[in-house]
Design a protein around this ligand. Structure first.
Ligand code: MG
Length: 257
């Protein structure tokens, strides 16, 4: 249990986060060969609204959907379209929900059926990078502690760490200060304080770190066409360490359970 001043806000973020966790789990279960990105978006919309939340992404700077669907070489911000999943694809789903004015935001990447072992290693490393970053979160830690911990997981296997897109503060807005990079130097950068909340979201590429934005103005792809993996959680900062709001196992007050 968290014992801090912002308990009330953190509890609302935990409800938003729990909804995001259910969205990701439900979409993942539905993501089988032949299913389109638009069908996944409709499923996500139903879960978000069914739990008394509103979607964070819909209408955000004009974004036209409830989730981002980013298959294979798409890094982030893919718009749900008519693409049909194939066995062997990897797919990133990024979702956000608002509960009583507070946001939750998280992403997972997973394989459709059996995937290439090299793709699986990339997914495992990106998820390990996320958790390495989360473990650094506590009152008094610095942003560079998070970034360097994330980066170390990519460096071990030679993956490109995306630098143009980074994590962020979160609360009443989906994107707040500070920026939370997936690279950096231990002991440098802003200090975290109890009551803050941040999103850590590593993006690891099988090839180089360079990115390109497609003509729709949203879809970010790897410049070299290599596969990309993306994982994200929303995390509250406490004296004792991190509270992961989007892990889906916090509090019993989540509506709809
Ligand atoms: Mg985010």
């Amino acid at each position: 249990m968290i014992t801090i001043k912002k308990r009330d806000e953190f509890e609302r973020m935990a409800v938003a986060g729990a909804t995001v966790a259910v969205v990701l789990r439900t979409v993942r279960e539905a993501a089988t060969p032949g299913v389109t990105m638009k069908e996944l978006d409709a499923i996500a919309a139903e879960v978000i609204r069914g739990r008394g939340c509103t979607p964070s992404f819909l209408g955000y700077h004009g974004f036209p959907a409830h989730i981002c669907t980013s298959p294979n070489s798409v890094i982030v911000h893919g718009i749900p379209n008519t693409y049909r999943l194939k066995r062997g694809d990897i797919l990133s789903i990024d979702a956000g929900a608002i509960y009583e004015g507070f946001h939750g935001d998280a992403a997972i990447t997973f394989g459709i059926g059996e995937i290439d072992p090299a793709a699986q290693r990339l997914l495992d490393a990106a998820e390990a990078g996320l958790w390495a970053g989360i473990q650094e979160v506590k009152h008094g830690a610095r942003l560079g502690d998070i970034g360097s911990a994330v980066q170390a997981e990519a460096d071990r296997l030679g993956y490109g760490v995306v630098r143009e897109y980074v994590g962020h503060g979160i609360g009443r807005q989906m994107h707040e200060e500070p920026q939370v990079p997936n690279f950096g130097k231990k002991g440098t950068g802003m200090k975290l304080r109890t009551g803050m909340a941040v999103c850590i979201e590593p993006m690891f590429n099988l090839g180089g770190p360079e990115t390109r934005v497609e003509a729709d103005g949203w879809t970010v792809v790897t410049a070299d066409g290599s596969l990309s993996a993306h994982f994200e959680h929303t995390i509250g900062v406490t004296e004792d360490g991190p509270v992961v709001f989007t892990a889906g196992d916090l509090f019993s007050s989540s509506p709809g359970d």
